[in-house]
Ligand binder design. Structure first.
Ligand SMILES: *[C@@H]1O[C@H](CO)[C@@H](O)[C@H](O)[C@H]1NC(C)=O
Ligand SMILES: *[C@@H]1O[C@H](CO)[C@@H](O)[C@H](O)[C@H]1NC(C)=O
Ligand SMILES: *[C@@H]1O[C@H](CO)[C@@H](O)[C@H](O)[C@H]1NC(C)=O
Ligand SMILES: *[C@@H]1O[C@H](CO)[C@@H](O)[C@H](O)[C@H]1NC(C)=O
Ligand SMILES: *[C@@H]1O[C@H](CO)[C@@H](O)[C@H](O)[C@H]1NC(C)=O
Ligand SMILES: *[C@@H]1O[C@H](CO)[C@@H](O)[C@H](O)[C@H]1NC(C)=O
Ligand SMILES: CC(=O)N[C@H]1CO[C@H](CO)[C@@H](O)[C@@H]1O
Length: 458
């Protein structure tokens, strides 16, 4: 929490002087956009001023305001026989319109014929985080009222899909609870952690809130919640720190601070475009996953590895009833973020006398480094002679072709050579892998850097 508030203060001091820019719609066509947040609006805050903006394939760029009344829905492009997706943003420190919202809506509309309702609660979501948390309950009531009204006009409860970002994810949970979990789906994109980590199921998103609840965790050590809150919980790269989220200059501090948190949103948007599958592996912990304990998609009660995206129930069959199942995947640092996962197995010729650090770089055919692995050999006490690790590389790259391998210096022992009988890589999931394993046999590692090419496994 301390770190969290430090970040907020840092953000505030950086951003406040330039924030609160009014956002205006295209007046001539009566399109609507997010409301403008001004100090006066926020301080007077008599009402949340929630606004529902409808986008459909008939008006993909020009939102209509709807209030849910019969008359109003009749006169809008809302089509009650189509599914409806609601997008709910979270806490907005600057009061600005969320930059990703248009892209998310656009991708959803091009992927499916749907009604998109963007929930604008900027005025209630801005300024102090605890106020925004308080307001989120009121917001939940307003959203529930809208949905109830749409249902009374013929929309099916299970045709609603709520997509909530950060604080918006818990609002989605609140709304879902008002319908006793009968709404179709809730997707929580890095559901907020602060003030919710220890909350009861009534106060946060949980699997009881919809027929299918999924969450994507990308910043669970800061702004996001770390505990599982859905039927399926996707943890990106362990759920805490994301590749490519490092500050590169002072001017990018703001982006850096929210980079991990926003990765869930950008990755979800990318998954809607269906560039490449974002498949995740059920496992107890990320450590077990990286240690090669969860390499199979059929050997689990889920029977299949779920996918991030619009696939119904994440691609899981209707007869599995998961609850708070953690699933893990590694990603690359850029859109579309997909990575290929490999199990690396190293079979030592004999037990080592002591643990030593080894670095293996995996190279493509043009010597580009695809992945880098550091590991410690087992020592004599453990009778173990096999080392297992899961690595990944950007799925748009070619194949792993070779490795360089060397001992890392250790300060306390003289380094001694290591004899490896076989180094094998296999693409995950093992059970479905169409590609045959690749091997390097008989490697001696000492102080020099060695280059070896993969061949077929004998
Ligand atoms: C309003 O939007 C339309 C299409 O999006 C655009 O062609 C037009 O120039 C806009 N008008 C104004 C006044 O911005
Ligand atoms: C836009 O709004 C004005 C005033 O509310 C109304 O008179 C006009 O007909 C609207 N135009 C369209 C295209 O809906
Ligand atoms: C909803 O909007 C319609 C016009 O579209 C208006 O006649 C009606 O009074 C509004 N209802 C509420 C509750 O604001
Ligand atoms: C509403 O959606 C249904 C199903 O796609 C379609 O058949 C119908 O024509 C749509 N209605 C309108 C008014 O667009
Ligand atoms: C499936 O899991 C069992 C134990 O849970 C294990 O013995 C077996 O080797 C696994 N099968 C595969 C293909 O991983
Ligand atoms: C080398 O291969 C990588 C991955 O396959 C590719 O991204 C990169 O552009 C290639 N570089 C050159 C110089 O061909
Ligand atoms: C490719 C392959 O071997 N697939 C198998 C994975 O495991 C399931 C269940 O054990 C089998 O049905 C598949 O044939």
């Amino acid at each position: 929490m301390a770190a969290y508030w430090n970040r907020i203060l840092l953000l505030g001091s950086l951003i406040l002087p330039v924030c609160f820019i009014a956002v205006n719609g295209n007046i001539s066509q009566n399109c609507t956009d997010f409301q403008s947040t001004s100090w006066r609006n926020i301080l007077q805050r008599l009402d949340l001023n929630v606004r529902f903006m409808l986008l459909t394939r008939r008006n993909p760029d020009c939102a209509q305001i709807i209030n849910g009344s019969n008359n109003d829905i009749e006169n809008s492009n809302f089509n009650r026989s189509l599914p409806t997706k609601l997008i709910m943003h979270g806490y907005r420190i600057t009061g600005s319109k969320p930059s990703w919202v248009d892209t998310l809506a656009k991708e959803l509309i091009s992927a499916m014929d749907v009604n998109i309702v963007i929930v604008d609660w900027l005025i209630g979501a801005t300024a102090l985080y605890p106020n925004a948390v308080q307001n989120s309950a009121k917001l939940g009531l307003k959203v529930s009222t809208l949905i109830a009204s749409l249902v009374s006009q013929g929309s099916r409860e299970d045709s609603f899909h709520l997509i909530g970002i950060s604080l918006g994810a818990h609002v989605a949970g609140f709304v879902g609870r008002m319908f006793n979990g009968r709404l179709g789906r809730i997707t929580g994109l890095d559901p907020a952690g602060p003030k919710f980590s220890k909350a009861s199921v009534d106060e946060r998103l949980d699997p009881g809130d919809a027929l299918f609840v999924e969450a994507i965790h990308s910043d669970s050590d800061n702004f996001g919640i770390s505990r599982p809150v859905g039927h399926i919980d996707f943890y990106l790269n362990g759920g805490k720190d994301q590749p490519g989220c490092r500050p590169t200059s002072i001017s990018s501090v703001y982006k850096f601070v929210i980079c991990d948190h926003m990765r869930a949103v950008h990755l979800y948007i990318s998954s809607i475009k269906k560039h490449c599958p974002l498949v995740a592996f059920p496992c107890q912990t990320y450590e077990d996953f990286t240690n090669g304990q969860c390499v199979n998609c059929h050997n689990h009660s889920l029977q299949r590895c779920p996918r991030i995206g619009l696939l119904e129930r994440g691609g899981l069959s209707a007869d599995v009833q998961p609850k708070e199942v953690k699933v893990f995947l590694m990603t690359s640092s850029n859109s579309p973020f997909c990575a290929k996962h490999f199990l690396v197995e190293i079979f030592l010729k004999q037990p080592e006398t002591r643990a030593q650090r080894v670095e293996i770089k995996f190279l493509s055919s043009n010597y580009t480094m695809m992945s880098n692995l550091q590991l410690t050999t087992p020592n004599k006490q453990s009778s173990e002679r096999t080392m297992k690790k899961v690595i990944s590389h950007d799925a748009s790259f070619g194949n792993i072709n070779a490795v360089t391998i060397k001992l890392l210096s250790s300060w306390h022992w003289k380094r001694s050579e290591i004899q490896i009988g076989k180094l094998r890589i296999r693409e995950l999931p093992l059970n479905d892998s169409a590609r045959p394993p690749r091997c390097i046999n008989d490697i001696v590692i000492d102080n020099s850097l060695f280059y070896h090419q993969f061949g077929d496994c004998l």
